[in-house]
Design a protein around this ligand. Structure first.
Ligand SMILES: CC[C@@H](C(=O)O)C(=O)SCCNC(=O)CCNC(=O)[C@H](O)C(C)(C)COP(=O)(O)OP(=O)(O)OC[C@H]1O[C@@H](n2cnc3c(N)ncnc32)[C@H](O)[C@@H]1OP(=O)(O)O
Ligand SMILES: [Co+2]
Length: 143
């Protein structure tokens, strides 16, 4: 087992919502958000996504793409939506997966291409104190 820590910069906070349009309006009117991207579909991940930039990270609003979406399941338990995951950057996703697996954490499936166009993978919330964690490969993570 290695003691290599895969933790890098907080890239985004995932927020599940039944309506990206309504959430955008909430962030705009209550918090004054202005840097709001255009929503887009990521069918392979089962989500529709919209990024809101803040000075030090991004809010990732995620809506179910269809009923098989992991967000559809989350909304069944949390109909109003809510904080869904934290995403941390890692320099080498395969090294991070090997490290976490060796330490007994459940990594959910194989890396897939995420909303930023780089490989992502999720760590089970039951192994992360109740927080679903996404790891995102970013060559400059930690710099
Ligand atoms: C936009 C693309 C991409 C990016 O580039 O950023 C994304 O972010 S995609 C985001 C959506 N994708 C995913 O979430 C994929 C990973 N998620 C999963 O594989 C599943 O959702 C899950 C985490 C394994 C849960 O699925 P499942 O076990 O089927 O759900 P249950 O409802 O049965 O929950 C079991 C258990 O886990 C708790 N749980 C579920 N989701 C979360 C969560 N987001 N945060 C914290 N805890 C969560 C749930 O409460 C249950 O607990 P108990 O009731 O105590 O058993
Ligand atoms: Co995410």
């Amino acid at each position: 087992m290695t003691d290599h820590a895969p933790l890098g910069r907080l890239n985004h906070i995932g927020v599940a919502t039944p309506s990206i349009a309504r959430s955008v309006e909430t962030y705009r009117t209550l918090l004054g958000a202005t840097a709001i991207g255009e929503p887009f579909d990521l069918a392979a991940q089962g989500v529709r996504v919209c990024f809101i930039d803040t000075p030090n990270t991004q809010i990732e609003l995620i809506e179910p793409y269809d009923e098989s979406s992991p967000i559809a399941g989350f909304l069944r338990s949390n109909p109003a939506g809510g904080q869904h995951h934290l995403c941390f950057e890692v320099a080498d996703i395969h090294a991070a997966i090997a490290d976490l697996t060796a330490k007994g954490a459940r990594v959910l499936g194989e890396p897939r291409i995420g909303a930023h166009g780089t490989p992502i993978v999720f760590v089970h919330p039951k192994d992360m104190g109740g927080v679903l964690v996404e790891l995102m490969e970013t060559p400059l993570a930690g710099h």
